[in-house]
Design a binder for this molecule. Structure first.
Ligand code: ACO
Length: 375
């Protein structure tokens, strides 16, 4: 074999054949199993989308209600896991807590039999069912509040809000969050999904694979950008200061959070959807000056960088939506994660259909055959 060329970040190198989702980065298209994200976010629920991602087809009404019941049954956390979360330091970032909690979920769950499809399927469902409860549990713990047990009869979005506040959530908040979960549920071979497939390829269970993926998602270049977008808007100040702020950033060669994408070279279709969601929410709950700032920032950045394919990505508007729902800034990425576990689990199952251990090569650039100075 001739010497392979190094492709930094494996950009554009296929790591698997997959039929879960599709992106056309030039046209700004995202499809889950062939269905456009715009159609799914307008007409589906997160549970329906999770089923679609896992099994490839939309569920029948009976399949959907059985799946919803199953998620409700599986979301109960064993006491040992609640205690583990209660013992976590309140200073931890919620993504660190989630990564540890997902590993903890594996410790307290029945051992997954990797040779048995039903056992793996149940473990995937448990991950999807429990992740929102794990996120909410740590939110309460770090605020010094008691754990609120999940309710089996609620949807994923409604149950998450219930577990956070211990109060019945309002319909607008539930529908908004449900839609945001759909938009974040899957996104081809990104860094965290790849991490999930790498861990899965070592013949690991879904808990460990998703825990590893959550670690990858935490980074500021991936899921961690959404909380930085809001911090960034807070530092800009006012609409009049946006241009000067951008010029200073650009002069220092710093990136603007919430812009740019490895695959999209136009506005991320999820950013369009989240912007619509944000404006609908503002009509009901009142707008925020940060939204005007965001619009101005979009105008300035796209005027300067649009010809290089740098436009708003999914993280640009999601923070504004979550903030309006009253959620803490550093819980934005865990919300991304609790949606994305559906995609991770779909990739986990797909990886195991024809598994081969990931073991890439390297281009060695170090020294060789050195003599120890002592010899
Ligand atoms: N602001 C300013 N310049 C940018 C930005 C940005 N947000 N993104 C890329 N560029 C510029 C880089 O400075 C670089 O310029 P140079 O060639 O003059 O050095 C060029 O575009 C290429 O940048 P890369 O980082 O190599 O491009 P890549 O395609 O790998 O970038 C990435 C993708 C990592 C997402 C990048 O756009 C970025 O860091 N954005 C900010 C963080 C962010 O919003 N991340 C969320 C991504 S969506 C998600 O993961 C859910």
């Amino acid at each position: 074999m001739s010497n392979p060329e190094l492709v930094p970040g494996l950009a554009g190198i296929p790591a698997a054949e997959s039929s879960i989702s599709f992106i056309d980065g030039q046209a700004g298209v995202l499809e889950y199993r062939g269905y456009k994200i715009e159609d799914l976010s307008a007409n589906s629920t997160y549970e329906e989308v999770a089923w679609l991602l896992l099994y490839g087809e939309l569920p029948t009404a009976d399949e959907l209600s059985a799946f919803e019941a199953d998620l409700g049954r599986l979301r109960e956390l064993p006491e040992a896991l609640v205690k583990m979360i209660q013992a976590m330091p309140a200073t931890a970032h919620p993504m660190q807590a989630l990564q540890a909690s997902l590993a903890g979920l594996g410790m307290v769950s029945p051992k997954t039999n990797l040779r048995d499809a039903a056992s793996k399927d149940e473990a995937c469902r448990r991950v999807i069912a429990c992740t929102p409860v794990l996120v909410a549990a740590f939110e309460r713990v770090r605020a010094g509040k008691d754990y609120v047990a999940p309710k089996a009869e609620l949807s994923t979005a409604a149950n998450f809000l219930w577990c956070l506040d211990g109060e019945s959530p309002d319909d607008v908040a539930v529908r908004t969050l449900d839609c945001a979960l759909i938009l974040h549920a899957e996104h081809t071979m990104n860094a965290s999904t790849f991490a999930c497939r790498v861990v899965a390829s070592t013949e690991n269970d879904p808990y460990t694979s998703c825990s590893g993926a959550v670690g990858a998602l935490f980074g500021p270049l991936h899921g961690g950008a959404n909380e930085r977008v809001l911090k960034q808007l807070a530092t800009i100040g006012s609409v009049d200061e946006v241009e000067a702020w951008y010029d200073a950033k650009s002069a220092n060669k710093q990136k603007v959070m919430g812009f740019g994408h490895r695959v999209y070279k136009t506005k991320d279709p999820r950013a369009n959807n989240l912007q619509t969601l944000a404006t609908e929410l503002f009509q009901t709950l009142g707008s925020t000056p940060k939204y005007d700032l965001a619009l101005k920032l979009e105008e300035v950045v796209t005027a300067r960088l649009g010809d290089r394919g740098i436009y708003p990505n999914v993280d640009f508007f999601s923070g504004l939506v979550y903030e309006k729902l009253g959620l803490d800034t550093d819980v934005f990425t865990p919300i991304f994660a609790m949606a994305r576990v559906a995609g991770y689990c779909a990739h986990y199952l797909e990886q195991h259909l024809d598994n081969k251990l990931f073991r890439p090569g390297q281009i060695y650039a170090g020294q060789r055959d050195r003599a120890l100075p002592r010899s």
